[in-house]
Every structure is written in structure tokens, then in C-alpha cells.
Design a protein around this ligand. Structure first.
Ligand code: 9MR
Length: 380
């Protein structure tokens, strides 16, 4: 059996490496799950620019959905007021269209990677609610409008709720209060009435966060707003989340009538430093002495030279159970998107501690499929 798995992994890697047509005997991830959910990948600009042909082969072969990792974020796409930068986003959308993929836009309203001008006036003071509404409307209608009919769905609001269920005190919230969320959905729907609209966040397995999102989405729906999906980012680790809490969120989110989407899946193999995925929460090393820093890195970056076999086995076993959970709820989950393709390009190598070597994705640094998925494809 082990030999069979290795052979399939090697074959899959070879196929990936030469971007040939799919040989009949190699199962692809997207085909394997075709009756369950879409299989997505976050795509960086380097990828659509043709700088990573191996990742391109893998994505083309195994995935049927893509999401923009960075190029559609506010600071990238409208870095200055009224000056939109379309080159990367246009290439990203064309990349998906050329491969007949379900294309997801990310993210319209988010406190992070927000262009500095967006929420302040020329003197650096917070803008009025009217001005912010106007800017949000203009941004959303311009971006969504440009790709009308080409992008299947948008992460309209990202990371609006804190882990304790309260609203994040983002500039959007501080200026507009809770209303910024319904407004964003309204503007997005106006710009492309056929586009699906999603709300997205990390640590969605936390009970307070779960409750807050169920209430929020039900409220939005009561107001007649279109909300199609609740995105559970799922930046997870070896010791979180607990499966029953994760499952409760899947079930309760589906109870709102929305599709559940696993939108940013990766599972760190490294010792956990913190759960959340808010980039602003990155550990500040400037406050540490060089000795403390060295010790900290040694403790939290233990697998610089490669993942020890027992950790790899544990990672694959846990990921196997994660996939089982998704399969169990395939009637509720419409898409499972990995936040990247191969370990070397994952944001997890830089968060929450920069300069670590992590192993969180579906393919390893040599573009080989991880054993849990090889087993999944082989056994069915
Ligand atoms: O993967 C993205 C990374 O390249 C960026 O530097 C980072 C900056 O905010 O954003 C990462 O993607 C985030 C996503 O857009 C929203 N959820 C958390 C993701 C990881 O930070």
C-alpha cells in the first residue's frame, strides 16, 4: 500500500511538473470532490505572471476555483483616491477564465491592507460618515462593476467581528458603526446583482464569534439583503480548533440558509503562538532582547531542516479528519479553498513570527501532494 501511495504521489508530481494533459489513471482533487464542493486556491501575483510554472500546473490540474490572495485588496487596487490599478486583478481574472474556474474576489471592505487615504481627509482626520459611505460605494461599484458577470462571488466584508463576538473597532466601525456592513452588501449587490456575496472571518469556531455571525447574517437577511455565504477562513493548527466546536459552526452557519465556505484553509505544523489571523497582531520583536529573540525562534521554529516523520504523520492524520468533517457536511459546504498551493509560498512562514519554516498546505515545497490527499484519492 505504501508503495502504491508513493507511486501515485510521484506520478501526480510529474504530471504537475510538466503541465501535460491529465493521464486517465491520475485522480485529481477537483474531480474527486466534484459532488461535494469546489476546490480552491489563493493565487499570488507571481503565479498569474507565470513566475511559478509548477504551481500553475498544480492549480490547473487539481483546482477548479481561485481567489486573489492580495491583488484585489483595497490598498492594491485603489492605492490613491480615484487611481485604480487593474493590471494584476485583470490578469488574475483572465487566468481563471482561461481555465474555466470559479473566480472569487477578495476583499471589498477590510480594515487590513486598507489604503491609508481611504478613511481620512487631507489633514489626516477621520472622514465623516457621508464621505466614507461615498468612498465605499465608489470603491465597491468600480471594482465589482469592472468584473461584473466574471467573478462568481465576493468577500464583501472581511474580519468584522472580534473573537469575543463584539464588533472590531475598525475605522469603518468607528465612523459608520454597525451600518457599514449592510451598506457594503447593498453597494455590492447594486454593482452586480448576479454576484454571490459573502462575509468572511478567521477563528469562526469560537462560540461567541459563531453566535455573533449567526445573528449578524440573520439580521442582514431580515433586512432583505443578499448574503450567499459565510466564509470560515480556517487558518488552523495542530491543537486548534476542537472538532466539535468547528462542526457546530458549520451547522449553525448553514442554519442561516447561507452556504458555508472554507475560504482560507491552511494548518500550521509548528508550535502554536496564537490562533487569530489578524496581521496587525504579529508579535513585536523590537521589544525583545537578542537573546530572547534567539530563544523564541528556537522554540517556535523547530523544523527548519524539514518536518520530522512523526510530525508529518500527525499533520496528515489531523488533516484527514478535517477532510472527513468537510465531507460529512458536504451538503452545507460549497467550497474548500486552500490559502496557497505549496508550503514554501504560504503566508504562515511569516506569521505570527517572521522567518519560520512551516508546512501548512496541500503540496510540499517540492510540489508533491501531501500523503493524506494521496490516500484520499487512492482509496476511493
Ligand atoms: O496571504 C496574504 C499575505 O500575502 C498578506 O501579506 C496578508 C496581509 O494582510 O494577507 C494575507 O491574506 C490574509 C487574507 O487576505 C485575509 N485573512 C487572513 C489572511 C492571512 O493573513
Amino acid at each position: 500500500m505504501k508503495k502504491e501511495l508513493i507511486t501515485l504521489a510521484m506520478l501526480a508530481a510529474m504530471v504537475g511538473a510538466c503541465r501535460s494533459e491529465k493521464p486517465a489513471e491520475v485522480a485529481t482533487v477537483k474531480d474527486h470532490f466534484k459532488n461535494d464542493f469546489l476546490i480552491g486556491a489563493a493565487i499570488p501575483v507571481t503565479h498569474v505572471n507565470g513566475e511559478d510554472p509548477k504551481a500553475d500546473s498544480i492549480v490547473t490540474l487539481h483546482f477548479n476555483s481561485i481567489v486573489a490572495e492580495n491583488c484585489m485588496k483595497n490598498e492594491k487596487i485603489q492605492p490613491k483616491e480615484g487611481e485604480f490599478f487593474w493590471d494584476d486583478a485583470d490578469k488574475f481574472v483572465k487566468y481563471g477564465e482561461d481555465r474555466n474556474m470559479t473566480i472569487i474576489g477578495h476583499a471589498l471592505v477590510w480594515h487590513s491592507q486598507l489604503a491609508p487615504w481611504f478613511v481620512v481627509d487631507k489633514d489626516g482626520n477621520k472622514v465623516s460618515p457621508e464621505v466614507l459611505k461615498e468612498r465605499m460605494k465608489n470603491h465597491i461599484s468600480t471594482v465589482v462593476g469592472r468584473y461584473k458577470g466574471r467573478i462568481k462571488g465576493w468577500d464583501v466584508v472581511n474580519e468584522a467581528i472580534e473573537d469575543d463576538g463584539s464588533y472590531r473597532k475598525s475605522p469603518f466601525y468607528e465612523i459608520l458603526g454597525e451600518e457599514f456592513i449592510p451598506l457594503a452588501f447593498e453597494y455590492a449587490h447594486e454593482a452586480d446583482p448576479d454576484a454571490e456575496l459573502y462575509i468572511n472571518d478567521f477563528s469562526m469556531f469560537l462560540p461567541k464569534k459563531r453566535e455573533a455571525y449567526v445573528k449578524l447574517v440573520n439580521d442582514l437577511k431580515k433586512r432583505g439583503l443578499r448574503v450567499d455565504g459565510i466564509g470560515m477562513q480556517s487558518h488552523i493548527g495542530m491543537d486548534y480548533p476542537e472538532f466539535d466546536e468547528y462542526e457546530k459552526s458549520i451547522v449553525d452557519f448553514a442554519g442561516t440558509g447561507c452556504d458555508v465556505m472554507i475560504t482560507e484553509l491552511d494548518m500550521s505544523a509548528l508550535p502554536t503562538v496564537q490562533w487569530g489571523a489578524n496581521v496587525g497582531d504579529r508579535r513585536d520583536f523590537r521589544k525583545m532582547t537578542p537573546e530572547e529573540r534567539k530563544e523564541y525562534f528556537e522554540q517556535f521554529n523547530p523544523y527548519k531542516e524539514g518536518l520530522p516523520e512523526e510530525i508529518s504523520v500527525a499533520w496528515n492524520n489531523r488533516m484527514d479528519s478535517v477532510m472527513d468533517l468537510y465531507k460529512k457536511h458536504a451538503d452545507k459546504i460549497s467550497r474548500v479553498t486552500w490559502w496557497g498551493t505549496q508550503d514554501g509560498m504560504s503566508w504562515k512562514n511569516g506569521f505570527p513570527i517572521p522567518g519560520r519554516t512551516d508546512y501548512p498546505l496541500l503540496f510540499d515545497r517540492n510540489y508533491n501532494m501531501k500523503p493524506f490527499m494521496v490516500k484520499e484519492l487512492t482509496n476511493h
